[in-house]
Every structure is written in C-alpha cells, then in structure tokens.
Design a protein. Structure first.
Length: 202
C-alpha cells in the first residue's frame, strides 16, 4: 500500500515538472487567441447586421410614403456601420509587442474605450438624429399642428424632455445589448487576465 502511494506521488511530481512556464504560457496564449477570435467574430457579425437593418428601415418608410425619412435613417445607420468598422479595425491592429498578458491588457482597455465612446455617441447623438426624424415624420400632420400651437417655452421643454428621454433610453438599450451579446466573452477575457496575474504572483 505504501509503495503504491509512494509511486503515485512520484508520478504526480514528474507530471507537475512537465507543467513548465513555457507550457503554461502556450496554454494561455491559445486560450487568449480563442477568446479574441470569438470577440472579433461576434463584433463583426454584430456590425454587419446594421446593413440589412438600414435596407429594411428604408423599405418600411418608403412603403408608407416617407422616402426622405427612410433615406435619412438609412444613411445614419450606414455611417454608424463604417464608424464601428474603423474602431474594430483599430482593435484588430493591436500588436503583441512583448507578451500575451500585456496584449490582453491593451485589448481589454481598448474594448472599454470603445464601449465608453459608443455610450457617449449614443447619449449625445441619438437625440440629435432622432428629433429631426420626428419632425420629418410628423410634419404636415395634426400632431405637428397642435405642437406649433404651444408657446415657445412649452415647445422647448417638450423638445428637451424628449431629447433626455431618448438619450437615457439609447444608453440603457446599448448597455443591455452589449451585456447580452458580449458579457460572457468579456467575462472570460477578464478571467484569463486574472489567472495570468495569479500565476505571475505565484
């Protein structure tokens, strides 16, 4: 029995010797490459989905006789597609200058910057884009006529209130979608970074 246990321990220690630093480093390099590829593919598909959305929105508004509004919204969505594409290309062009760990830190920081930038863009840009769209949609209708009957102060309060509402709604929607689509992947990326930090401390 003792011989058996002794042999087991010896074999175990020999197996641990194989877990050298280069082996562990290669393991995390493969795990890192896999999660980066998954994030890249997901973000690419997510961005490409904007193109058919632009076509559908244009088609819907053209069908109801609001062609200019359809063109306006489609152009905005396509512009957003190209902006996202540029940010994703910048993310893709990050180089592994020294090691995988530092690359992952730069990648994570760049992702956070993109999320913050997009949050500000939606928070400020959505009202600026949507309010003219409302004007184009309701122009010449009874709703617009009643709006113009209000005094200037009430008009401004309604416009500001609508802008704030659209900004908050846009930010919350973006954050929720980001959490649903990328939450699991970003959590795995964070877990890999934490594991590598624990290994470096050991």
């Amino acid at each position: 029995m003792e011989r058996s246990i002794e042999n087991i321990w010896k074999k175990g220690f020999k197996a641990e010797e194989k877990l050298s630093l280069p082996v562990i480093s290669n393991l995390y390099k493969r795990k890192s490459g896999l999660i980066i590829d998954q994030i890249s593919n997901t973000s690419k598909k997510d961005n490409l989905s904007l193109l058919p959305m632009a076509v559908v929105i244009f088609g819907v508004f053209a069908f109801i006789g609001k062609v200019m509004l359809g063109i306006y919204l489609a152009v905005f969505i396509i512009a957003l597609f190209f902006l996202n594409k540029k940010m994703l290309n910048d993310l893709k062009d990050l180089d592994i200058k020294d090691n995988t760990y530092n690359y992952l830190l730069r990648y994570r920081n760049q992702v956070k910057r993109i999320i913050i930038y997009t949050t500000w863009l939606i928070g400020l840009g959505l009202p600026l884009v949507t309010l003219p769209a409302y004007w184009m949609f309701f122009r010449g209708t009874k709703v617009f006529a009643k709006f113009k009957e209000l005094d200037f102060t009430m008009e401004m309060l309604l416009i500001i209130g609508m802008a704030v509402f659209l900004s908050i709604l846009g930010i919350l929607s973006y954050r929720l979608v980001t959490k649903i689509v990328y939450g699991r992947l970003l959590a795995r990326l964070e877990s890999i970074i934490e594991d590598m930090e624990d290994l470096m401390k050991a």
